[in-house]
Structures are given as C-alpha cells and as structure tokens.
Design a protein around this ligand. Structure first.
Ligand code: HEC
Length: 292
C-alpha cells in the first residue's frame, strides 16, 4: 500500500543521514568547512527536489491504483489516509489498535490470554535509526579518524599550541624600560618563583645557594631602582657568578613572567615580614635606592 511516511518526514530524514555521514567524514579530515560548499548545498537542493518528485509519483500511483479497488475497499483506504500530514503522522506514530483488533494468544491451560501487541511505530523507527547510526559510527571509527581519541587529542593539542603562539605574538613582552611593580602579579609571580628560583633562594627568599633576597644587602647593583635592579639581574644574570644565570637573555623566561617574578621578589623584600632564618648579609647595604 501507500508509503505511510509523509514526504516532510522522509526527506529530512534522508537528508540528515546524508549530512551526518558527510559530517563524520569531513570532520575527521579537518575539512568541516566544506559542508557549506556551494556544490554540497546544490547537491542537497537537487536531492530534495528528486525526493519530492519521487514522493509525488508515489502518490499519483496510489490514486491510480485506488480506482481498481472495490467501492468498499476504496472507502476504507481513503479513511485511513484522511486528515492532513500532521494528523496522519501522529496516528502513524502513536497508533494504538483497539483491544478487539489485537492478536490474542491463548495459552490454554491457565486461562491467561497474552496480547500480541505490535510494537509502537515510534519505537520501531527509533530502533532502525540506532542501527543506521551505529553502522555509520562503527565504520567511521574503523576506517577514518572520526571519534578516534588519539587523533582528537592530537588535534586539540595542536590547536592549543597554535593559540598559545597567537597569544604570545599579540601580547608584547615587557622589557626593563617599561617594567614596573604590580600588586596583582605577586601571586602568579610566587608560583613562577617557586618553579624557577626557590631551589637556590628558598620560596620565602631567605637564601640557600643564592643570597637572601629579603634583606637590604645587595651584591649586584645595576639600576637606580630596586624593582628594576631585580628585573635586571633576572634578565642578565650575575656578572660575578654564573650560577645566577641570565633567565631573560637566554629566553628561558619571558619578559612578562620576569615582571611577575620581580614583583614577588620586590614584595617579599619591601612589604612582607622578614624570614627569621636567613642566609645572612651579602654585598653592600642599600636602604635608599634613589640616592645611589
Ligand atoms: C642555580 C641557583 C640559582 C637559581 C635557580 C636562581 N638564582 Fe638567583 N642567585 C643565585 C646566586 C648564586 C646568586 C648570587 C650571584 C652573585 O654572587 O652575584 C643569585 C643572585 C640573585 C639576585 C641578586 C641578589 C644580590 O644580592 O645581588 C637576585 C635578585 C636573584 N638571584 C633572583 C633570582 C630569581 C628571581 C630567580 C628565579 C628566576 C633566581 N634568582 C634563580 C643562584 C640562583
């Protein structure tokens, strides 16, 4: 008999299956932007038109065939197909046969009758849909890179590297001329200090292999400003002792991070309580930097 699936359901379903397959294929080859390519859009329009024509032919055949049926038969079929698409679609999906129409299986001995209900249409179609979906998914997993976790990781990792590169290109690094103490940078500076400097200076700056950074004694005096002096030493290292290496010059730490670390060092030197245990004074005492 006539296909019960109305065209406005059939066409979008077909199209979505095609789109999903295309999507799976294109995404795994990193060509997802092609989905909006004019050729593909053209292909969809043609497919839609063809499907529509198919549907119209179908319905023409249906009415032709109808004439060959008996009057009674014809009435029944017309009744079955009455109403607009939406109504028919609703009936098609949620159709509940009446109790007397349901096939009954009598098991005989206990008087219990089993109703052999048909599965509801929506259930059956959902089931078919999962089969189609899993088939596409399964083969794309086997043969192309779609939903392959290693490949996904790789792509995400590369994207992240690219973003970092762009970010660094767009955020100019601070140099000593522009660098200044920033209260907001103290915390992030502390983290960086812990990673890069604490082995030699201790996290509280009290000194270990390197000198105590919290007192007023300085071995290296290169700038007239304490903050700039700290920045200078981290950038250029120490002339007298290569153990304190040139973190900035060598590219090991970028200017923005050196500004943060300098803010932390400045903070523990000027504004934070002094550690009780420290390495002791090294270098010359400077209390007023502006007078150098
Ligand atoms: C491998 C050990 C080591 C590491 C790591 C290290 N330093 Fe040093 N640092 C030293 C030594 C040793 C000196 C003394 C240099 C000298 O005698 O001129 C020094 C000197 C300094 C000075 C100058 C102190 C003064 O009195 O002149 C500052 C400021 C400083 N370091 C900050 C840092 C910061 C910030 C870091 C992390 C980015 C760092 N250091 C990492 C060993 C280190």
């Amino acid at each position: 008999m006539r296909s019960k699936v109305p065209s406005f359901i059939m066409i979008p379903s077909f199209l979505s299956i095609i789109i999903f397959t295309l999507y799976v294929f294109l995404v795994s080859h990193n060509h997802i932007s092609y989905l909006l390519h004019p050729i593909i859009i053209f292909f969809f329009i043609i497919t839609t038109i063809l499907l529509y024509i198919l549907e119209s032919i179908n319905s023409l055949i249906f009415y032709k065939k109808l004439q060959s049926f008996s009057e009674e038969e014809r009435k029944r079929i017309i009744k079955e197909n009455e109403g607009n698409y939406l109504y028919r679609f609703y009936r098609f999906i949620f159709y509940n046969p009446k109790y007397d129409e349901v096939k009954k299986i009598d098991h005989g001995f206990d008087g219990i009758i089993e109703l052999d209900n048909k599965l509801p249409m929506w259930w059956v179609h959902l089931f078919y849909l999962t089969i189609i979906f899993s088939a596409i998914y399964f083969f794309s997993y086997l043969f192309i890179d779609f939903s392959n976790p290693y490949k996904e990781y790789d792509i995400a990792y590369k994207n992240q590297l690219r973003e970092i590169e762009i970010f660094e290109k767009n955020t100019p690094q601070v140099t000593i001329e522009k660098a200044s103490f920033k209260e907001d940078s103290i915390n992030s500076g502390k983290v960086l200090f812990e990673e890069n400097c604490a082995t030699c200076h201790q996290l509280d700056g009290s000194g270990n292999i390197g000198p105590n950074l919290t007192d007023d004694y300085w071995i290296n005096v290169k700038e007239k400003d304490l903050f700039k002096n700290i920045f200078y030493i981290i950038w250029n290292g120490s002339e007298n002792n290569p153990t304190m290496r040139a973190f900035g010059k060598s590219g090991e730490i970028k200017g923005n991070d050196i500004e943060k670390i300098s803010s932390y060092v400045y903070f523990i030197n000027q504004k934070y309580k002094k550690p009780l245990k420290n390495k002791g004074p090294q270098g010359i005492k400077i209390t007023e930097w502006s007078k150098i």
